[in-house]
Design a protein around this ligand. Structure first.
Ligand code: SF4
Ligand code: MSK
Length: 625
């Protein structure tokens, strides 16, 4: 076996071992499919192809020898900006539709139509009620939850102007948005407006287009995504720090392995409950298994590990590899980041792919329609299907890599405040004193164009060395979990200032704050810090990074993080280089507009340098050494 070949694809030994197994078994995975796509289409990479009407498709010649306009006359600036906006619309819609589903579950639970769900975090419910001016005196938690859910559901298509949760935004930031005309309205309106403005013959001004992209993204970050986080906490409990285990080694040779994958916690929470049912456990024993092992994958996994002792099998590029272990009885999928290849890979093993959302069906998968009115019953059915599949496991095909790593996760805003003794002051003081130089959010996916987990782990290690506290979500956080960076002991890898703070608080130098929608938690901390210091978010020593991003959701995230005033470094290039004007606006001009901009840097060591420089500049701006 040419070990080096796999080491070029991933830094994770479990992934390397599974790539070898996949190759030996002749099972194709994402890395090989990327090779077959190469060289990738240059027009697509530059963002200069358009098929927004049927006079096209049109494309701009990037070398200036051929067409410099589409048939309608749209130039590269218009085409690149329109394409970017449609990407933002898709990403913002995905997060926010997830958010809407969570809100609807709370609504139905409060109405008594989803009897298996209950309000788990009454304290958070009451805090939200206060924020939203929902009366609480003498009222049951169901009555309060109902009012909150109705207010929240109205937010998605609100006709009353701006969003409820914008009360959290520092006034300086809101004023900036008002001047620019980008105060976000309901997500339904913003996404529809993007689709309208990018239709043939509507908005052709790239600056005007990009501003609408920011507005829609802000509606995701401070609306749809934030509602997903807030109400998931109300329904399933606000995360608190606790230990877990990560990587493919969490799969068990002698148990029924069920991997829950996707994004929404509503069904997976029930699957965790169903798998503990003594009758089902007994049934698993009758099938020859010692028990039932529920593991997470991607952000469904992140949602579970934030609140339960549920191990996480891996991040985005490990979904196919989990099946290739030959030890997974069922992979239960909901929405987003589920590779269409899964059913084909599963066809080589006994694994059943079980789709559950009416929004996401997969040819070759078994569909068990999720219905929150019968949530636990459906979860039991799914677990039973997996258990019945256990005797079909071919032991000769099973190989589970040994690698697994402990981690501590569950750093909600509330948990961070509690670790700090109830207020942000100790953190702000540590920043003022220079023990912590600043905070960087590392988020986003895996992408086979970047060595798997290398971007995330290298950047996080480099930043903590420089006394920068790292907060993470999504597949970035899973990468850090596998690398051991989410343990308090990892403070030994941090610079002396950060190390001392982490040791005093008994926290890791890299904090896992949740799934992709939970980037809203990072925004809440940033906004609260800015308010406490009386400055705008863009004045703070903060930065964002998405070293291995791939999804449209990541584009929406990047847009709302930058539009909120946080400098963000991307590890893979978005398709905007076909317009030097759009690229310049995003990387330079945006600073004058929203006080922050993007940078693109594929080398995480150089990305760390950019972030450190930025944080030092912001510290100087605040008069800090
Ligand atoms: Fe071509 Fe213009 Fe139609 Fe796009 S909108 S496909 S550039 S004619
Ligand atoms: S799952 S959006 S690959 S972070 Fe949220 Fe991971 Fe990116 Fe999906």
């Amino acid at each position: 076996m040419d070990k080096n070949k796999y080491a070029q694809k991933s830094i994770d030994p479990a992934t390397q071992a599974m790539l070898s197994k996949a190759e030996q078994a002749g099972v194709e995975v994402a890395w090989e499919r990327l090779e077959k796509q190469e060289p990738q289409c240059g027009f697509g990479l530059l963002g200069i192809c358009c098929r927004n009407c049927n006079m096209g498709p049109c494309r701009i010649d990037p070398f200036g020898n051929g067409a410099d306009k589409g048939i309608c006359g749209a130039n590269a600036d218009t085409i690149v900006a329109r394409n970017l906006l449609r990407t933002i619309a898709a990403g913002a819609a995905s997060h926010s539709d997830h958010g809407r589903d969570v809100v609807e579950t709370v609504l139905h639970a409060a109405e008594g139509r989803a009897p298996d769900y209950e309000i788990k975090d009454e304290e958070k419910l009451l805090a939200l009620a206060k924020e939203l001016k929902v009366p609480t005196d003498g009222r049951s938690k169901q009555e309060i939850a109902l009012d909150i859910a109705v207010k929240a559901i109205d937010e998605f298509g609100t006709r009353k102007g701006t969003l409820e949760l914008l009360g959290r935004v520092p006034p300086q930031r809101k004023e900036r948005w008002e001047k620019l005309g980008i105060v976000p309205r309901g997500i339904d309106r913003e996404v529809v407006e993007i689709m309208h403005r990018t239709h043939m013959g509507v908005d052709t001004d790239y600056v005007n287009l990009i501003l609408q992209g920011m507005r829609a993204a802000l509606s995701d970050g401070w609306g749809g995504s934030m509602w997903a986080t807030e109400l998931s906490d109300v329904l399933f409990g606000t995360p608190k720090p606790h230990k877990g285990v990560s990587n493919l080694g969490v799969l068990k040779e002698d148990e029924v392995n069920i991997v829950v994958h996707g994004h929404e916690p509503t069904l997976s929470e029930m699957i965790v409950r169903a798998a503990k049912d003594p009758q089902i456990v007994e049934f698993a024993r009758s099938q020859g298994a010692k028990g039932i092992n529920i593991c997470g994958m991607c952000c469904t996994g992140n949602e579970l590990l934030m609140r339960h002792d549920v191990p996480i099998a891996g991040n985005f590029l490990q979904q196919e590899l989990a099946i290739i272990t030959g030890a997974v009885e069922a992979m239960v999928v909901d929405v987003q980041c589920i590779m269409p290849s899964l059913t084909e890979v599963a066809g080589c093993y006994h694994t059943k792919i079980i789709s559950t959302s009416p929004k996401a069906k997969f040819p070759g998968a078994q569909h068990v329609a999720f219905n929150e009115e019968k949530a636990l019953e459906i979860a039991r059915e799914i677990v039973r299907i997996a258990v019945e599949n256990y005797p079909r496991r071919n032991k000769e095909k099973v190989f589970i890599p040994a690698e697994k790593m402990e981690f501590v996760a569950g750093f909600s805003v509330e948990a961070i405040l509690s670790a700090l003794g109830g207020s942000l002051d100790p953190l702000l003081n540590a920043i003022k004193e220079g023990n912590i130089k600043g905070i960087a959010g590392i988020v986003g996916c895996n992408n086979p164009k970047i060595k798997h987990d290398y971007g995330h782990v290298t950047l996080a290690e480099e930043l903590i060395k420089q006394d920068i506290l790292v907060v993470e979500t999504g597949c970035a956080a899973i990468a850090s979990a596998k690398a051991g960076l989410l343990l308090p002991e990892a403070a030994a890898k941090a610079g002396p200032g950060l190390r001392a703070v982490c040791e005093a608080l008994k926290i890791p130098p890299v904090l896992h704050m949740g799934s992709c929608v939970d980037i809203s938690r990072i925004m809440v901390v940033a906004a609260a810090a800015a308010r406490a210091l009386g400055v705008d978010i863009c004045d703070l020593p903060l930065a964002g990074a998405a070293p291995e991003w791939m999804s449209e959701k990541a584009v929406s995230i990047g847009a709302y993080v930058v539009a909120s005033g946080i400098f963000t470094v991307l590890g893979t290039v978005p398709p905007v280089l076909g317009s030097s004007n759009v690229a310049a606006l995003l990387t330079e001009g945006a600073k004058d507009v929203v006080g922050a901009s993007f940078a693109v840097e594929g080398d995480p060591l150089k990305a760390a340098e950019l972030i450190v420089k930025h944080i030092n500049e912001k510290r100087a701006g605040l008069g800090l050494a």
